[in-house]
Design a protein around this ligand. Sequence first.
Ligand code: AMP
Ligand code: MG
Length: 415
Amino acid sequence: MAATGTDRLTPFEEARELILARARRLDAEPVPLREALGRVTAADVRASAPVPGFDNSAMDGFAVRAADLAGAGAAAPVTLVVVDESRAGHPASRPVGAGEAIAISTGAVLPAGADAVVMVEKAERAGDTVKVAGPIAAGTAVRRAGDDVAAGELVLPAGTPVGPAELGVLAELGVEPVPCRRRPRLAVVVSGDELVGPTEPLAPGQIRDANAHTLRALAERAGAEVVAEARVGDDPDATRAALAAALAGADLVVISGGISVGAHDHVKGALAELGVEQVFWRIAFKPGKPTWFGVAEDDGPLVLGLPGNPVSAMVCFTLLAWPAIRAMLGVSAPPRRTVAILDDECEREPNRLHAVRCRLALHPDGWHAHSTGAQASHVLTSMVGAEAVALIPAGDGPLGAGEEVEVELLPYAQG
Ligand code: AMP
Ligand code: MG
């Protein structure tokens, strides 16, 4: 077991490393192009043919031989005979000879013999002839085969997240189906006697379960598939049964609540009985100090125990479970950070890194981080509109407005 001392809080970066060290890349599976949005490629994608596949016109106009127009000018226009047409999808049936032109559309095959395209605005068509009043450089308005992608070129390396542009490129290259990583299977368990659903009646002391929804949403945004959801009361047997079921079909089990030291916190005990080995418990981080991480026997599923407070659950999932899910998907990009100037005074914690939820704004002197308001871990509205967390190092007293700190972007908040 690593880093399990009862007094020691695991530093945040170390906690993230310990989780990433256990996150294994999942297998590949073929995914139809139409369903590949949001997935991650599992193999290098190379071009089997150049893109564009043939020399073609960048303009509507006339395919010509530049040499024919060498002497053309306003006072001495050159008249060419229009002998054919090349339309998009319908190449011309003959080449361009000396003194000839072929009418051409954007994207149509450049006919043999032609080496430039006179745009329609610079040509005066009259019946079977076209008059051009100026010279043209060879290559004008011609898109060469392979000027986007050369044959054999590595276009999308394995581990590329598939967004709209990647989908388009895959389609251009004729990749169907797309080799993608299997989505991590995630089970979400929320624990607490006080929890009810959004429309159930509220008995005295009960609250509505927020974490089932925030955690499922974060998991799906990260690219995981939520295969099981359960809510369990503060009872040791029920907790063990719920966790046993969750472990059965998951790559990652996330449980909220019941992970602390209260008389009714049963999660750690249940996990121990189920043979889940603790890697760390309690991190030098706010919000989310009681966070627990372990691995089931025989390199089984990862288990992340999150505090029930809804902000702690969201922040710790985002900063700890999200990178693990991305690693399982084969994405190696580290979380995105930058430096920002604090707009507000922020409390420092004596022994813990403090993640202050904030919005970012670009000012002439750089990025500014503006706190989303009260930062207590039950104030879930402080997550609404948050784009980043400002990472306030441990220390004494507040850190003043105007100080520079590192900020980590909340990956689900981008775009
Ligand atoms: P716990 O980690 O179980 O000690 O819970 C800490 C706080 O989070 C308590 O105020 C709980 O009522 C609250 N809480 C626990 N689970 C949830 C949940 N699923 N949704 C909203 N609040 C919760
Ligand atoms: Mg509880």
